[in-house]
Design a protein around this ligand. Structure first.
Ligand SMILES: CC(C)[C@H](C(=O)O)[C@@H](O)C(=O)O
Ligand code: SF4
Length: 460
């Protein structure tokens, strides 16, 4: 039978099949962080079950971490306890932890790829919905709940129903100023936040083939925002080149051997999907959201739709926007460039190229938060720190930061924030805060103008 990329990886990991029931799936890598691991560790302890394969687990501290003075004790009590608990659990169970201040520390979905931990053909899980990011490498990667985290600790396996298969084809040529973030915001705005529910999504077509690994990660990251369990892209030369030479990537002959296998990881011609969509690259423009779910997106120069339903109207009320309104020229006081969606070096290169020689508008607080210590080091090495400082942007230390209000970085009540993160839910960035999702370029242009602006007119 013809197989999809997803089938090939899934089938290679099935340990046991229960007739007419779920599969027992082997998990290659288990990533953990401070928010969703403590209860799972406690459950194991209570039942006196050891962690089965600590070598296949990697831990980092990211959600509760401050982004200033990371060398000092964490001030906030809840966060401090949460981080202490992670350290203790990792120590007791022989799990590698890249804690605060470690040169490999950062957001879980940024560090695993950059360290070469994420590799094609793997199954990767984490108690975190944006685990879908790793699908960019042609892996089956998805978020799990805390009880499943305990299951994986105990057995390195998961009991799972096989999801249905969805493919999104995107072909053509992207317009100038359209970034991978715009691509995924466009897809979600077109297909809706439930279009992927029950499915695992493969992204196919020349647009993804021509995209960098970092761009592919941005796209796969937000698969969950259309309801999909995860998203994945077939590995190719771009993938192999990215992995080669990274800290935990296979070396020399082993790399060659793995590459030969990785090359077989693609969807057979004529393989059948349960659902399929085809979209055109030419239709995509820079995108922004106007509501409180990531599907409420329009092109930057577009107008908020009219005749909206009740829940969308409630959303608009929260955002203090009106039907039919354009967001161009809306004053914005906060910009956040970071999160596991857009905090990698390419994102910051794009921002730096745009703001170089310019100054942020006076009303704007522009926050730049690299996804990892390694990205922070790249910013220094490439002279981008200076560009940000000269433009009046505030550079912080790595972490989830203002993506969600679990640490000190919060957007004040009632304020708009043009954010490169992935969720614009009510209160996501702080109680009463209003999030407008966009690409790093749109965020940078907003910071310079002090308001939402059609920057495409100024691109050369
Ligand atoms: C805290 C964590 C469980 C959560 C997630 O699962 O995604 C967070 O990372 C988020 O982005 O909302
Ligand atoms: S950066 Fe945001 S979306 Fe990503 S893991 Fe952290 S909180 Fe979740």
């Amino acid at each position: 039978m013809k197989k999809t990329l997803f089938d090939k990886i899934w089938d290679a990991h099935v340990v046991e099949t229960i007739p007419n029931g779920p599969n027992v799936l082997y998990i290659d890598k288990h990533l953990i962080h401070e928010v969703t691991s403590p209860q799972a560790f406690n459950e194991l302890k209570e039942r006196d079950i050891p962690v089965f394969r600590p070598d296949q687990i990697v831990a980092t501290a990211d959600h509760n971490t401050p982004t200033i003075d990371q060398h000092l004790p964490v001030k906030e009590l809840l966060s401090r306890n949460q981080l202490r608990e992670l350290s203790r659990n990792c120590e007791e169970n022989n799990i590698t932890l890249y804690g605060l201040g470690h040169p490999y520390n950062g957001i879980v979905h940024v560090i695993a790829p950059e360290l070469g931990i994420t590799q094609p053909g793997m199954t990767i899980v984490c108690g975190d919905s944006h685990t879908s990011t790793h699908g960019a490498f042609g892996t089956i990667a998805f978020g799990i709940g805390t009880s499943q985290v305990a299951q994986v600790f105990a057995s390195q396996c998961l009991l799972l129903e096989k999801p249905k298969k969805l493919r999104i084809n995107l072909n053509g040529k992207l317009k100038k100023g359209v970034l991978p973030k715009d691509v995924i915001l466009y897809i979600i705005s077109k297909l809706g936040t439930n279009s992927g529910t029950g499915y695992f999504c493969e992204y196919a077509g020349n647009v993804f083939e021509e995209m960098s690994m970092e761009g592919r990660m941005t796209v796969c990251n937000m698969s969950i925002e259309m309801g999909a369990r995860g998203g994945l892209i077939a590995p190719d030369e771009t993938t192999f080149e990215y992995i080669k030479g990274r800290k935990f990537a296979p070396k020399e002959t082993e790399f060659k051997k793995m590459k030969a296998y990785w090359k077989t990881l693609n969807t057979d011609t004529d393989a059948v999907f349960d659902k399929e969509y085809s979209l055109e690259a030419e239709d995509i423009e820079p995108m922004i959201t106007y509501g409180t779910n990531p599907g409420m997106g329009i092109k930057l120069t577009g107008k908020i739709p009219v005749n909206l339903g009740k829940s969308d109207l409630k959303s608009l009320e929260y955002m203090d926007f009106k039907e039919g309104e354009s967001l161009i020229n809306k004053t914005i006081n906060y910009i956040f460039i970071g999160s596991c969606t857009n905090s990698r070096i390419e994102d910051f290169r794009i921002v730096a190229a745009y703001i170089k020689g310019k100054k942020k508008a006076e009303n704007v607080n522009a926050l730049i938060v690299p996804g990892s210590q390694q990205v922070a080091a790249q910013l220094r090495d490439e002279g981008l720190v200076q560009v940000f400082e000269e433009a009046g942007f505030t550079l912080r230390q790595p972490g989830c930061s203002a993506c969600l209000a679990m640490n000190d970085d919060k957007i004040p009540e009632g304020e708009y924030c043009v954010s490169t993160s992935n969720r614009n839910f009510e209160g996501r960035q702080g109680q009463g805060s209003r999030t407008i999702l966009a690409s790093p370029l749109t965020a940078a242009a907003t910071a310079i103008a002090g308001k939402i602006t059609d920057f495409t007119k100024h691109l050369n």
